[in-house]
Design a protein around this ligand. Structure first.
Ligand SMILES: [Zn+2]
Ligand SMILES: [Zn+2]
Length: 344
């Protein structure tokens, strides 16, 4: 009886094996004997390809990706294979604005100065064209100086409002009109465009008016003559992410009381709550909290891992203060992962 059951199971398994697989060698374990690779999709400069090969004995197929080839650049930064302008080598501010309208990452071969027009001119210093979606500048360790031409609020715009300006591996500074005047009335480096800063050393305070991601970067403004926030976030409802940064609101050589981050509705017509994500970031400041919120619409602050506020003189416990001028908005300031208090 037992034997019959076992053999029935055996036959069932064999039948199953026959129906599941047609190959001749199904019962014969074998080392696959694969044929030549057949290219299903060619790899290009930027995209992986696909190839397959089939076993001559059991027709099992193997599929592999083919690594993207990478561009082959000529001396002008143009790819000899796909003909794309991949890199543009720039060593002057004059060439810079033109370069932002063209395709290809902008590689600095030296320090450059870019004139930034004041806000009230119709012809703002705009980067890129209507079609430009992304402007990437690799500073290669050089310095970009944004030169305030002749008034307050000299800001950086992109022609396409949805474009993202990325600056990496650079020192950024400003010069010209009241360059060391501090955050008030916008004498800083003002990004009125979506911006990504990566591996950047900012030696002047920064203002962000749209989405911003700041990574592995340092912001300080030691020569500022007035009390300044190192990062001033205009309350336009955007998302700002600060990751693995040093916000140095100390070390002023002029005796100013420097501060760290402010989310501010000042100078904003229709304030909207900003979302600020902070992680891995070290703060120092002479006064105020690591983050001061001055906004009728409040703000959401997501306080991630690895932040250090031990260098914030006024408060090493509560990362966020709600401004004493905005007590009505205290409930609208939402904090996750840290505590907030009302400034008195
Ligand atoms: Zn096989
Ligand atoms: Zn290419």
């Amino acid at each position: 009886m037992k034997k019959t059951v076992i053999s029935i199971i055996g036959i069932t398994l064999m039948l199953f094996a026959f129906t599941a697989c047609q190959p001749r060698y199904i019962f014969m374990p074998h080392v696959h004997a694969f044929g030549e690779w057949t290219i299903i999709k060619d790899a290009t400069c930027t995209e992986e390809g696909v190839k397959t090969r089939t076993c001559r004995l059991c027709s099992e197929t193997e599929t592999q990706t083919i690594e993207a080839l990478g561009h082959e650049l000529d001396a002008d930064g143009k790819c000899t294979r796909c003909n794309k302008q991949v890199e543009q080598y720039i060593n002057s501010g004059e060439a810079f604005l033109e370069a932002t309208k063209k395709e290809g990452e902008i590689i600095l071969t030296g320090d450059i100065t870019i004139d930034i027009a004041p806000w009230e001119t119709n012809d703002k210093s705009v980067f890129g064209s209507e079609e430009t979606e992304s402007i990437v500048i690799d500073g290669k360790g050089n310095t970009i100086t944004f030169n305030n031409t002749d008034s307050d609020w000299n800001a950086i715009y992109t022609k396409n409002e949805d474009a993202v300006l990325t600056i990496k591996n650079a020192t950024i500074d400003n010069s010209g009109y009241n360059a060391n005047g501090g955050t008030w009335n916008g004498h800083d480096i003002i990004f009125s465009c979506n911006v990504v800063l990566e591996n950047v050393t900012a030696t002047n305070a920064i203002v962000v008016g749209k989405n911003a991601t700041i990574k592995n970067s340092t912001i300080s403004d030691v020569n500022c003559t007035g009390d300044a926030y190192m990062l001033w976030i205009q309350a336009n409802g955007q998302t700002v992410t600060v990751e693995d940064c040093k916000i140095n609101g100390k070390s002023s050589t002029t005796g100013a009381d420097n501060r760290a981050i402010k989310i501010a509705d000042q100078y904003v017509d229709d304030p909207k709550a900003v979302t600020l994500n902070v992680s891995g970031t070290t703060f120092s400041s002479d006064t105020k909290a690591a983050v001061l919120v001055t906004c009728t619409a409040g703000a959401t602050i997501n306080w991630g891992e690895g932040n250090d506020i031990s260098g914030v003189t006024a408060d090493t416990e509560h990362a966020v203060w709600n401004d004493s001028d905005r007590t009505d908005a205290m409930d609208l300031v939402v904090v996750n992962g840290c505590t907030k208090i009302q400034e008195v």
